[in-house]
Design a protein around this ligand. Structure first.
Ligand SMILES: *Cc1c(COP(=O)(O)O)cnc(C)c1O
Length: 433
């Protein structure tokens, strides 16, 4: 097994482990799923990231999604510099919040009101509380493999790090906290019909990643999202799209724009903060007005609407709103897909890929398998992924350190980056233990 980082990374990791559980502040970063030592990064520009030992990588993690324009985009960095000198946090309303809220509600159809918080976790947690408070019902439907952050009620059959650790449910989450969360397989209409038949009047909301991207990358079957829209409407339950990953990533209006669905509530994070810690949730005004101080559902945050975070988000969304970024991402995505297909075919590696826009995943799974849910994703060969991952690292390409994560392209990935990727990929797909 390859080590991963160089000497300086190993030194820092040894120090980190003494003062922090597992040496990391978010579990997937520890490389447990692929083995070896996590790489400590020192800086990043555009599509490239540099580690503390001076090695450079083409980055396909993009800080797990936010870096859609590439790292340290000059307009985003300037915006943060400009507001930082005027005070880092006021704890009062300010103009930046209004501007970003106006921008987001303009760009996402059907989003009438929005509230900012500090993470995707807070956004989805608050959506669930709001749905329960507004509907006067207790149960939530979620789907196995969908990750909605780490709040208690949603840390049940979650994807991402929880899945990677092979512990889909966390210790410390009580049965009480999880008992109103019904977990169903994704892309299975019958399961949802059965749940509504049994619990119809108790179900406050159906919550999902419209394009699940925390169990590898899974596409919704044709008509599935429309089916969820109809069945929730019929049973007077809310439909909540967790667009923390897909929002402003797949299109200005996220997955809901692409698939033509209007959810009642949506959660955002990642891209809307331009790399700063931000979450947000929003939806129809009549639902959002249940929030305090107008309504009875409490939700708050000392640093919510932080001026630097608002400035970074606004600057990033302004670049995205100019319109040609998504075309460029699709073009690069298509080129990458053609390359993946060719290299997989030539190498004879038992792998397949899924792509939507600038998101993609390479699954080491039985050839021809179309992955529709978590159960199927789990059939892939995680050992083969580990070898592939470390070989790519050697070749200067940084993929996510787990089979169950999605890769991201940025607008800064160009032909040069793709060519370097091809060379590393060719070698990695032929790599044998
Ligand atoms: C990343 C993610 C979250 C959690 O966001 P944090 O900012 O890490 O709390 C929630 N939902 C989805 C779909 C995500 O990808």
């Amino acid at each position: 097994m390859k080590e991963g980082g160089g000497n300086r990374s190993r030194e820092l990791f040894a120090r980190a482990k003494k003062v922090t559980p597992g040496g990391v502040h978010s579990p997937v970063r520890a490389f447990r799923a692929v083995g070896g030592t996590p790489i400590f990064m020192a800086s990043a520009q555009g599509a490239r990231i540099q580690d503390v030992d001076g090695k450079e990588y083409i980055d396909y993690v993009g800080s797990w999604g936010p870096a859609i324009l590439g790292h340290a985009h000059p307009e985003v960095v300037d915006a943060v510099r400009c507001v930082a000198g005027k005070g880092l946090s006021f704890g009062t309303p300010h103009e930046g919040e209004v501007e970003l809220a106006e921008m987001i509600t303009r760009m996402v159809p059907g989003l009438e009101k929005i509230r900012f918080c500090n993470s995707g976790t807070e956004a989805t947690m608050s959506c669930v509380r709001l749905a329960r408070g507004c509907m006067g019902r207790t149960k939530i439907i979620k789907f196995a493999g969908c990750y909605h952050g780490h709040s208690d009620a949603l840390l049940v059959a979650a994807g991402s790090g929880a899945l990677t650790l092979g512990r889909p449910d966390s210790a410390g989450v009580t049965e009480g906290a999880a008992q109103d969360t019904l977990v169903l397989p994704f892309n299975d209409e019958t399961a949802v019909e059965a749940a509504f038949a049994e619990y119809g009047k108790e179900i406050a909301a159906v919550l999902l990643e419209p394009v699940p991207a925390n169990a590898g990358l899974i596409l919704p079957a044709k008509g599935y999202l429309h089916f969820l829209r109809e069945i929730t409407r019929k049973h007077h339950a809310l439909l909540i799209f967790d667009e923390v990953m897909t929002g402003f990533r797949l299109a200005p209006g996220g997955a809901q724009e692409i698939y033509g669905i209007r959810p009642d509530l949506s959660a955002f994070g990642k891209v809307i903060g331009g790399g700063m810690p931000v979450g947000a949730f929003g939806g129809r005004a009549e639902v959002m007005d249940f929030l305090a101080p107008d309504g009875p559902v409490y939700q708050a945050g000392t640093l919510s609407g932080n001026p630097m975070a608002m400035a970074a988000g606004l600057a990033q969304l302004k670049v995205l709103a100019r319109g040609d970024v998504y075309k460029k991402l699709e073009k690069t995505g298509k080129a990458l897909e053609v390359m993946l297909a060719q290299e997989i075919k030539d190498s004879g590696a038992p792998a397949t890929w899924v792509r939507i826009g600038s998101m993609f995943c390479l699954f080491f799974c039985p050839a021809g398998l179309v992955i529709r849910n978590l159960q199927e994703a789990r059939r892939c060969d995680t050992q083969a992924y580990s070898l592939f991952f470390h070989s790519l690292l050697d070749g200067g390409v940084y993929f996510p350190p787990s089979q169950f994560e999605t890769c991201f392209l940025s607008a800064a990935h160009g032909d040069g980056e793709l060519e370097l990727t091809r060379t590393a990929l060719r070698q990695a797909l032929r790599h044998k233990a």
